[in-house]
Design a protein around this ligand. Structure first.
Ligand SMILES: [Zn+2]
Length: 285
């Protein structure tokens, strides 16, 4: 596919046509880490909402965004999260998100992440932090590490694990083909990640997206990384975790994946069991 002539995220335009950060953040006009360029979002969900381009190519398949590109995106996001936090220590709740291709609600084809930082956590992050702390108080152990151990011993939903991260097919998912990734590090503040840790995280994201591409025929996805607050370490009870769900591509017999159960009853319905999802992505990890 040709580079998008009208695309503001392509290299010819990204450095002239995109908005600039306010001077008070001390980030310069934009944050650039090699092939990743971060700038303020025009259509904000929150006061601090930035968009970052993943690579210079206008169209990339899901399995072609490599680990280095993700690493650059993570390092660039860390700069932003730190700068926002330093401008106001109350704005400490970041999140790192990715809509890929129009079925996921992405209006621009060029792959890009959206990062948000706010005084309040999102509803899900708030609940995850709260329930994780409750679990720790009741059981004296970390829910996320217990979840890894339990899924590992049950085997059926367990996908992959190394020293850095573990992946499982979600037992009770939000969406289709959902994977949960858990970062085992004793850090819940992304801005504390070293360059090596950003590299490992980037590689794991690439692996998971490729495995969904190959094993579940995924072309469009939503991903969210549920981060802990900046400047705090909640790793005794919490762990940074990732959710990825796939979205239906436009085919002749297209049906959307959100019906009355999902939209109005808040009850996600899935066609595939997590056990089958785990089985089909495992071999591609
Ligand atoms: Zn483009």
């Amino acid at each position: 596919m040709k580079s998008g002539q009208e695309c503001f995220f392509c290299p010819e335009k990204v450095s002239i046509s995109t908005p600039k950060f306010p001077e008070k953040l001390g980030l310069g006009d934009r944050v650039i880490v090699d092939n990743f360029t971060l700038f303020p979002n025009l259509f904000v969900f929150s006061e601090f909402h930035a968009v970052g381009t993943l690579g210079e190519q206008h169209f990339t398949q899901l399995n072609e965004i490599n680990g280095t590109t993700w690493k650059n995106a993570i390092l660039g996001s860390i700069k932003y999260f730190k700068a926002v936090y330093n401008s106001n220590k109350q704005v400490k709740y970041p999140s790192f998100n990715f809509n890929f291709l129009p079925p996921s609600a992405s209006s621009i084809l060029h792959p890009h992440i959206q990062i948000i930082q706010d005084i309040k956590p999102t509803k899900i992050i708030e609940e995850l932090l709260l329930k994780s702390e409750q679990y720790y108080k009741e059981n004296g152990s970390n829910y996320w590490l217990d979840l890894i151990n339990s899924e590992k011993s049950l085997k059926d939903r367990f996908i992959s694990e190394n020293d850095f991260m573990c992946w499982i097919a979600t037992y009770s998912p939000f969406g289709k083909n959902e994977l949960t990734g858990i970062v085992k590090l004793n850090k819940t503040d992304l801005t504390e990640f070293t360059e090596k840790e950003a590299e490992l995280f980037g590689l794991e994201i690439t692996k998971a997206l490729s495995a969904l591409f190959n094993g579940r025929n995924a072309r469009s996805i939503n991903m969210a990384v549920f981060l802990g607050p900046v400047g705090e370490n909640h790793s005794n009870h919490y762990k940074i975790n990732v959710k990825i769900v796939t979205r239906p591509i436009l085919v002749p017999n297209y049906t959307a994946d959100v019906g009355f159960m999902e939209l109005l009853h808040n009850e996600p319905i899935t066609e595939t069991s997590p056990e089958d999802i785990a089985k089909s992505v495992k071999e591609f990890f």
